[in-house]
Design a protein around this ligand. Structure first.
Ligand SMILES: Cc1ncc(C[n+]2csc(CCOP(=O)(O)OP(=O)(O)O)c2C)c(N)n1
Ligand code: SF4
Length: 250
């Protein structure tokens, strides 16, 4: 019998703790597949965030370190500068990267640190129970805006890829999603490219991946497809997938 699909070697054979329908597990698999295919597992060092993916270091089969909330890019900078031959990635949620860690990500990008950033945007604080994030959509309900995000009170969602693409240190910024098969395939290619850029010693690369949080979006847990519909019907309108910067394409 021909084996068509096997677990990536860059993932440990353990059960993940994510909720049914969560996008983090899919993104983990794609990162691991990219590491396997580029044959970089043994020299890769990942920085796990604070957020639902805080246990990413229990799942990836490469060297990992856990960062304080939002500090992934600073920790990754220190690792990459002291071990330049390593491949370093920071894995972050939208609360981690775009709220408490906004200063870190902007300055790492502006400095052109040779890092790969995997940014999982699920438009909410998942781990702490569904508070509003900088990426929460207008009208989206969260525990800290129970009637829905109101721009008069809560401001507007932040488009991270568009913003970082303006910085000269950034060589690659792409937004994808994992809510359907086409999005998963594009996410995989984007993650691979973001690692490839680092292998070629280019500058800062970020992949923003729109992802589902059925638990805190109030969608039915027994029907995770309601959450994928929220991505396709609402999130992509505010956060259009696409390549926002690719210096190598010039
Ligand atoms: C310094 C600090 N402030 C606040 C927290 C509480 N906290 C833990 S996870 C989190 C938000 C995580 O949201 P996000 O980064 O979007 O990740 P998700 O859980 O949605 O994947 C917060 C505020 C913390 N752990 N440390
Ligand atoms: S709370 Fe949301 S982000 Fe966290 S594991 Fe559950 S579905 Fe995923």
């Amino acid at each position: 019998m021909q084996l068509l699909n096997e677990k990536p070697k860059s993932l440990l054979d353990v059960q993940m703790h994510y909720c049914p329908g969560c996008g983090h597990g899919i993104v983990h698999r794609l990162v691991a597949e990219a590491m396997d295919e580029l044959n970089i597992r043994e020299k890769t060092i990942g920085v796990a965030p604070v957020g639902c993916s805080v246990f990413a270091d229990h799942y990836f089969n490469c060297d990992m370190i856990q960062g304080a909330h939002g500090r992934g890019p600073a920790i990754a900078t220190g690792i990459k500068r002291s071990i330049p031959e390593s491949i370093v990635f920071s894995y972050q949620g939208d609360g981690d990267l775009a709220s408490i860690g906004m200063g870190e990500i902007i300055h790492a990008a502006a400095r052109g640190e040779k890092l790969t950033v995997i940014f999982v945007n699920n438009a909410i604080y998942g781990m702490t129970g569904g508070q509003m994030a900088p990426t929460t959509l207008i009208g989206q309900k969260a525990t800290t805006c129970v009637d829905g995000r109101n721009p008069e009170i809560n401001g507007f969602p932040i488009r991270v890829c568009e913003m970082l693409a303006t910085l000269d240190g950034v060589v690659y910024a792409e937004r994808t999603s994992v809510h359907n098969v086409a999005g998963v395939v594009k996410s995989k290619n984007a993650i691979k490219k973001a690692f490839q850029n680092q292998i070629e010693n280019k500058g800062f690369s970020i992949v923003e991946i729109l992802s589902m949080c059925p638990t805190n979006w109030g969608t039915r847990l027994d029907n995770p497809s309601e959450a994928t519909k929220y991505v396709s019907e609402s999130m992509v309108k505010i956060f259009p997938p696409g390549i926002y910067k690719d210096v190598s394409a010039k």
